[in-house]
Design a protein around this ligand. Structure first.
Ligand code: NAD
Ligand code: ZN
Length: 365
């Protein structure tokens, strides 16, 4: 099948992201070309039954030894207990330096398997085979891996770049619509950050992305290009990489308020509300044309994403609770919030030192 190659030029850790329909069939040959002898596939109980046997067969056809570890689906798997299971399964499968871990799943599996790969035997290589839209456009690219702790999400982890990312967009055919929409919030985000043309393209082509047409591959590839460009500029998030947090200051606060209960709110839904709020907030500060904020909201609404605080199931509590949750986010320095704001679609910037009162005025106004 035809596919798009997106390079991630990170010096001696450079790798490629392959995007296309049906890539899983030839995944074995591509992974074998990285010259490992054994692979451990890490997957979850939703994805494993659908795709693990095709991937296993494709790897075994190349003479690779394959073992599979299947974990319960959901955020709770990104835990110390989950890490222990994956590390022990890798060691039981005699994975050595030079061998490969293959993450077959969404962001939960990618973050967990990537972190296990970073620490087992002080680091083995890994390949991402992302199976959700979110993981294809976001979490599988950039090398952030990790697990959650009782103190918060993603607080224990490592930077560990994959050796290859294989994004088979046909795998998204089985993804629940709600997860598809949630991942799409991150796609739209890339346009909103610094690519107004891509946002306009999204407005015109989103239906093809959902239907699985060639537009899906284009959207995934363009998102990967955008993320790769930011990661190459600022691998360890000392500066620019923070732009990727557009919509996430509000989004993370809403996830916290809804207790990370995915029946109420999934990450991308929080991000969608966060994106709409970031643009309305920017407009209320006189930074951004109100018409741009309206366009953002209209597009997210059109694809079926929530855009308003009133759409948070079970409510989002008081303004003070929301401000409290934002203050606990890591993007805070000395009482002032670090916000990503916008002068318009495709014109986002890091705005340090937004006073909590300013946000309160916006939220109550
Ligand atoms: P997920 O991995 O929980 O997957 C969502 C659901 O879809 C799960 O129930 C899963 O089993 C199911 N699923 C996955 N692929 C499927 C398929 N092809 N068909 C049917 N069902 C399928 O969630 P996610 O949204 O992919 O990832 C969220 C995680 O990603 C969070 O833990 C978040 O912290 C992390 N993340 C990491 C980064 C990073 O840079 N490392 C960036 C963004 C998010
Ligand atoms: Zn996100």
């Amino acid at each position: 099948p035809s596919f798009i190659t997106v390079p991630v030029p990170l010096g001696d850790r450079a790798y490629e992201i392959l995007v296309g329909r049906g890539l899983i069939e030839s995944a074995g040959a591509r992974i074998a070309s990285l010259s490992a002898r054994a692979t451990a596939i890490v997957t979850d109980e939703h994805v494993g039954p659908l795709y693990a046997s095709a991937l296993t067969a494709s790897l075994e056809a190349q003479g690779l030894r394959v073992s599979v570890v299947t974990l319960p689906p959901g955020e709770a798997t990104k835990s110390y207990a989950g890490l222990e299971r994956v590390c022990d399964a890798m060691l039981a499968a005699r994975i050595e330096r030079g061998d490969l871990v293959v993450a077959l799943g969404g962001g939960v599996i990618g973050d967990l398997a990537g972190f296990a790969a970073a620490v087992v035997r002080r680091g083995v290589r890994f390949v991402q085979v992302p199976t959700t839209l979110l993981s294809q456009v976001d979490s599988s690219v950039g090398g952030k891996t990790g697990i959650n702790s009782r103190h918060g999400k993603n607080l224990v982890g490592a930077f560990h770049q994959p050796s290859l990312v294989i994004a088979d967009t046909a795998l998204l055919d089985t993804l629940p619509l709600r997860e598809m929409r949630a991942g799409y919030a991150e796609v739209a985000k890339y346009g909103l950050i610094d690519d107004a043309r891509f946002f306009a393209w999204c407005e015109a082509n989103w239906q093809g992305v959902f239907a699985g047409g060639p537009e899906r591959d284009e959207a995934v590839a363009q998102s990967c290009r955008a993320k790769a460009a930011v990661v190459v500029r600022d691998e360890h998030e000392n500066g620019d990489r923070a732009l990727l947090n557009l919509g996430h200051t509000f989004g993370h606060a809403l996830e916290k308020i809804t207790a990370y209960d995915s029946t109420r709110l999934v990450h991308g839904e929080g991000v969608a509300i966060g994106l709409a709020l970031a643009f309305r907030f920017s407009a209320s500060l006189g930074l951004c044309p109100p018409a741009d904020a309206e366009r953002v909201e209209a597009h997210l609404k059109a694809v079926g994403l929530p855009t308003r605080l009133s759409q948070v199931p079970g409510g989002c509590g008081t303004v003070d609770a929301l401000l409290d949750a934002m203050a606990q986010d890591k993007k805070v320095k000395g009482g002032a919030l670090i916000f990503i704001l916008a002068r318009g679609i495709g014109q986002s910037f890091i705005a340090p030192g937004i006073a909590a009162d300013e946000v309160r005025r916006f939220l109550t106004g």
